[in-house]
Each structure stands twice: as C-alpha cells, then as structure tokens.
Design a protein around this ligand. Structure first.
Ligand code: ARG
Length: 472
C-alpha cells in the first residue's frame, strides 16, 4: 500500500505519497532491525553529549534516555512494531520515541544525520562481531591443542601432492591447523582496531554546525579515537571489508581442515571414525554414515568468500560520500558473521568426538616407501653427496617395487649392493627412527613437537587473557 510522505520524518518537502514499490524497495528495517542495540547506544551517547554541551536541556535528555530504554526493552520482548514505511532502524526508533515523549524526541537528531548514525551502528556491530569471532577462534584453538596433546604419539603419513611423503606426528599436523588460526586471530584483532574509531558527530558528510563534543561520544561508546575527516567517516566501509576478508581466509582454513576430516572418514583412509552425534544417514542407503557437518563447513566457505567479493564490488566506484548503495552492506555481513560463528562452534564440538584410528594411521605411515628419505639421509650423514644417496635409494625402491617387498625387508647385503656405505645400523630405520631424526627446529621429532605444543599452549593462554582484558 502506498504511504503518506507527510507522515515521514523526512516528508517536509514532499506533496505526494510514496509509490508502494518505493517503500518496499527502499526499506532496510526488515534486516537492519538487528542493529537496534547499537542504534540505541549511539543515540544515548549523542543525547548525553548534547546535554553536556548545553545543546539540549537535561530534562529533554532524561526523557530521551528513558524513552530509548523503554523502546529497547520493547524490542527485546518482541513487542515493537517495525514499520516498513518508516524505512530503517533509525527512523523506526526515532518516530516511536517522538510518539512516546513528544517534542523532546524531535531534538535527538540535532547535529546528527542517519549517515554518521549508520556508520556508528555498523562499527559497533563489527566490533562485537570481531570479539565474538576471536572468542570462538580461541575456543577452537584450544580444542585443536587438546587433541594435539592426546594424540601426542600418533603417527600418520604426511602428504605432498596427496601422495604419502614422510611420516609425521598427528600432533604436528593438528598444530599446523592451530597455527593458521593464530594468524586468523591476529587478523580479527587488526580488523577490530581499524573498526574501533568513531564517525559519530560528522553529520551527513560535512560536519555539523553545533558545538558538539565528538570525543565524549567516542569515549562513551568505547571507541579508541574519532575519525578526523567527516567525508571519510560517513563513506568508509573498509572495516566491513576487513571483517569479510579475515572471515574469508578463516573459512578457507576451515575448508582445508574439513576436507581432511571428510577424506579421513572414508573407507579408503579409515583414519578417523566420526561420532554418530555428528554424522547423518542416507534416506536410501541404509549403511551410510555421512560427514555432513564437515561438508557443510567446507561448503559454507563459498558463501563467506562470496560475501567478501560482494563488499568489494559494492564499494568499488562509489563516489564520495554516502550513497544508498551502502545499505547493501548489511545482509552479507550478517550472513558471514552468523556462518563463521556457527561453523567455529560446530567444529569445536565435533572435533573432540572424532576417534583417531591410530593403528591404521601408523600402518599407512610406513607403507609406500615413506622412509626412503631416511635411507638417503643415512648415507648423506656418512659423507655420500645427497644426490648420489637419492639415486641409490631410488634404485632400491625400484628393486623393492618389482619384488613386492618393503625397504625394511631388504637384507644388509642388498643394501650394500646399492651403496657400500650402508652398515648394520641401517637395518634399524623405522618410523620412530624417522620421526626422532627430524629434530631440527620446526620438525616432527616427538621432543620438538612437544615443546612446540607447550609454546602454543602458552600463546593461547596469553591470547585469551589479552583478549578478555581488551573487551573490558
Ligand atoms: N538504511 C540506511 C543504510 O543502511 C541508513 C542511512 C540512510 N541515510 C540516508 N541519508 N538515506 O545505509
């Protein structure tokens, strides 16, 4: 139904009502109602500042603050009637406030525009989203490190080109994923820092003509500083990009982990058994037990990457300063925040329930000549140039392959025939020999992995503590 423009807060210069399609297409209240707490916090800070700067009276301020508190409560309770003809969260709240407290409500928008208002709301939202994401990331890191600890002795094949390459400790492999999440934590912290600056008090784009105190509103809202340029303040959505960018790379990391969970749960690999509580069945094949959650985590990375492309495309070529295009920044952001948080939560719950089939992993770690490098390193340590050693062991591998045996089954004579530097002690080369040998910094030797785990746990504790303090 067409709405009457004279009822609208911006309706003064209009003599005709809106076409029904205008209201429907123009509105954002159907989704930006999610910002009501941020919007009300911003309005309260603004009202406090207006009164402290003697721009409005203390009586009006109190009416405004109480009215806003009541409105927030009403929205909390699901009793607020969001109206599409009132377009967005700002106008819905302001119109309701004025209905409720009269003229004082009409003074709230003094020295403010919806353009600095929405920029403020969005920054408060993204800041909270970064906080929640880092919390969830730290939880998942803790889960990974706990697994790395309980699987401290589990040996698995390490892969390159998806071919068995060299044995590694599962703990080492899991810590590699934790390292990715450490960098993700840093990225969200950096995103938070760039987000936490106040655009409030810059008006529509040019600044305001009242003697306002931007520092005061910034302080009340917990911002670190004010954004100096008013045109930049209302037109910048780089902080939305920053969230998307950190989120997209995080989901790429999650998709790599998910892919391995899916592979490892196949009958081909049989490295892990998924807990039934985190698996699903098939409606046609009675025997199926599917890793749907890991597949969805892998799949959901697509939408988060898509949302990153969306914000870049949205911002590209927009002239200064505010344009209504910006309204399109919200739904993809909400979608990415929800997706990332849900995914982190699911993985944190699911991973500890995965059963690692230690025997199958160790068997597979030794198969396919995975210790060949150790034979070559053995010769090299006896002074043989590495390239010669590589060739000699390569010939042994070919010989074993044609006889259908493993390197371990070769006799000392056979070894010596390939290279006369092979001695008795070469017969001791096995999985543990291979792992312990890789004790240079960053390697998979059990002692090295154990001290890396201690370092990782220390860093996790520090991150958790620093983060909790920052949020206070
Ligand atoms: N709903 C708008 C947005 O999300 C709020 C700001 C509108 N400002 C304006 N001058 N129309 O961007």
């Amino acid at each position: 139904m067409a709405s009457n423009n004279s009822d609208k807060l911006w309706g003064g210069r209009f003599s005709q009502g809106s076409h029904e399609l205008t209201d429907l297409y123009n509105e954002s209240i159907s989704f930006d109602q999610r910002l009501y707490k941020e919007d009300i916090a911003g309005s309260k800070a603004h009202a406090n500042m207006l009164a402290a700067s003697k721009i409005i009276s203390e009586e009006d301020r109190d009416l405004i603050l109480n009215g806003l508190t009541e409105i927030e409560h009403e929205i909390d309770e699901g009793e607020f009637d969001f109206r599409i003809d009132r377009e967005d969260i700002h106008l819905n709240i302001e119109a309701k406030l004025t209905e409720r407290i009269g003229e004082a409500g009409g003074r709230l928008h003094t020295g403010r525009s919806r353009n600095d208002q929405i920029a403020t709301d969005m920054r408060l939202f993204v800041r909270a989203a970064c906080d929640a994401t880092v919390d969830a990331l730290i939880d998942l890191r803790e889960v990974l490190l706990a697994l790395a600890e309980s699987e401290a002795e589990t040996i698995m094949p390490g892969y390159t080109h998806m071919q068995r390459a060299q044995p590694v400790l599962l703990s080492h492999h899991l810590q590699a994923y934790e390292s990715m999440l450490v960098r993700d934590t840093e990225r969200f912290e950096q995103a938070r820092n760039r987000t936490n600056r106040s655009p409030l008090g810059t008006g529509a784009l040019a600044g305001v003509s009242f003697d306002i105190d931007r520092e005061a509103t910034a302080r009340e809202l917990g911002f670190d500083e004010v954004i100096p340029n008013s045109i930049d303040a209302v037109s910048d959505r780089d902080f939305v990009y920053d969230y998307h960018s950190a989120a997209a790379l995080l989901m790429v990391h999650i998709s790599r982990l998910s892919e391995e969970i899916i592979l490892w749960a196949t009958s081909e690999f049989q490295f892990i058994t998924l807990d039934e509580r985190f698996s699903t069945g098939s409606s046609i094949m009675p025997q199926k037990k599917n890793p749907d959650l890991a597949e969805l985590a892998r799949g959901k990375s697509a939408r988060v990457i898509g949302n990153l492309v969306q914000i870049l495309t949205l911002l590209k070529s927009q002239p200064l300063a505010y344009n209504k295009d910006m309204q399109e920044d919200k739904e993809p952001l909400f979608d990415s925040v929800d997706t990332v948080l849900a995914t982190l939560q699911v993985l944190s719950a699911m991973l500890p329930t995965c059963q690692f089939n230690r025997e199958a992993m160790a068997l597979s770690a030794e198969a396919n000549f995975a210790l060949a490098t150790d034979y070559a390193d053995y010769l090299t340590k006896k002074g043989v140039p590495f390239r010669q050693a590589h060739a000699a062991v390569g010939a042994l591998v070919a010989q074993c392959e044609s006889q259908g045996i493993s390197l371990k089954e070769l006799t000392l004579d056979q070894l010596k025939a390939a290279h006369d530097e092979f001695d008795e002690d070469a017969l001791q080369i096995d999985l543990n020999y291979s792992l312990s040998a890789r004790n240079a910094s960053g390697g998979t030797a059990p002692d090295t992995v154990a001290s890396a785990l201690n370092e990782a746990k220390k860093r996790l504790r520090q991150d958790r503590q620093a983060w909790t303090t920052l949020q206070k």
